[in-house]
Design a protein around this ligand. Structure first.
Ligand SMILES: Nc1ncnc2c1ncn2[C@@H]1O[C@H](COP(=O)(O)OP(=O)(O)OP(=O)(O)O)[C@@H](O)[C@H]1O
Length: 316
């Protein structure tokens, strides 16, 4: 039996003046899926969330739990907008209590604060919370109605690594309980970690949709070993010693399609061929490679704060 679709977008378009924010996005997200929407600044992520939540008008068709966004029961949907600025002189508990009061039935405020890791700081004014704690309090407001569909627009921006991991566990738990989650992120590592399927958005278009594993297998290319070393004079001997092509990028040598188990052997053979290996790094292809291959543009994975994201590396 086909799974019910929690979210459907068909040829969704949105233009602001001359700026095309969404250029014909079609997408179908089954109930219970965690879907990660990732792309650079201005790709259209927030506009798509707004189109799906009915908070901006758009052309095309949008369905949430089978009906247009305007007709969906508010009690079944949770939304954490990207920009959300509660009053400073509310405590985290008062903020969550206020949102709980908007629904006929709501979860226990204490349980929600516990879920977002704010039990100890529940009675601190919003303005006195750290940026990460503020964001977690805002996430709490989206959980008060125990939604079936949860939209999280950049939920981890500004949150430190420990807070981010606890939010990831919370999203895992929500997914395990059957909640459909659409989250946006700047971090390829984050969506790779969290999402059942990922949509790569660029210039208002979905350039690829699929599970992280399938996208990486199909478009990611080979694993690679990057060696900090000048190439030896005898390039032919080097190629013969490795039995594969060695390319040079910015003063570094790159050997493609090296299995992790073979790294030591390849480094030994490089040294035997006269390469003075100072250090090396091995990496598997990830979603950033997928994005690069599909768009021709690099997308440096970030953790949401602009810092480099997690990469699989073995330093030599
Ligand atoms: N209200 C608006 N008025 C005018 N232009 C807008 C408006 N909202 C978005 N845009 C433009 O639409 C495009 C898509 O913006 P959007 O905020 O959806 O991207 P995004 O992927 O969420 O970006 P970011 O990662 O920076 O939040 C951008 O060029 C943006 O400047």
């Amino acid at each position: 039996m086909a799974e019910a679709e929690a979210l459907v977008a068909e040829d969704v378009r949105r233009q602001y003046g001359d700026v095309v924010a969404l250029d014909g996005v079609s997408l179908s997200i089954p109930e219970g899926e965690v879907f990660g929407l990732v792309g650079p600044n201005g790709a259209g992520k927030t506009t798509l969330v707004r189109a799906l939540t009915g908070t901006t008008r758009c052309d095309g068709t949008v369905r949430v739990l089978g009906v247009p966004p305007a007709d969906v029961d508010d009690a079944r949907v949770g939304l954490l907008p990207q920009s959300f600025h509660p009053a400073d002189r509310l405590t985290a508990r008062e903020l969550v209590t206020y949102y709980a009061g908007l629904y006929d039935e709501s979860r226990s405020v204490t349980a929600v604060l516990d879920d977002v890791g704010l039990s100890e700081d529940a009675d601190t004014w919003y303005e006195k919370l750290s940026g990460g704690q503020q964001r977690r309090a805002c996430v709490g407001t989206a959980l008060v109605n125990d939604p079936d569909v949860l939209f999280l627009d950049e939920p981890t921006t500004g949150i430190d690594p420990a807070g981010r991991r606890s939010l990831w566990r919370l999203i895992d738990d929500l997914a395990a309980g059957g909640t459909t989650v659409l989250l946006t992120s700047h971090s390829m590592a984050e969506v790779e970690r969290l999402a059942d399927r990922v949509g790569l958005l660029r210039d208002g278009r979905l350039v690829a949709v699929g599970s992280p594993e399938s996208l990486i297998a199909e478009h990611g290319g080979d694993s690679r070993l990057v060696v900090d070393a000048a190439p030896p004079a005898d390039r032919e001997a080097l190629a013969a010693a490795l039995d594969t092509e060695v390319t040079e990028h910015g003063g570094r040598l790159e050997v493609r399609d090296v299995a992790l188990a073979d790294v030591g052997d390849v480094v030994s053979r490089l040294e035997a061929a006269g390469v003075d290996v100072e250090s090396f790094a091995w990496s598997e292809p990830d979603l950033s490679d997928v994005y690069l291959r599909l768009t021709g543009e690099s997308f440096v994975p970030t953790d949401g704060d602009g810092r480099p994201g997690v990469e699989s590396e073995v330093e030599g």
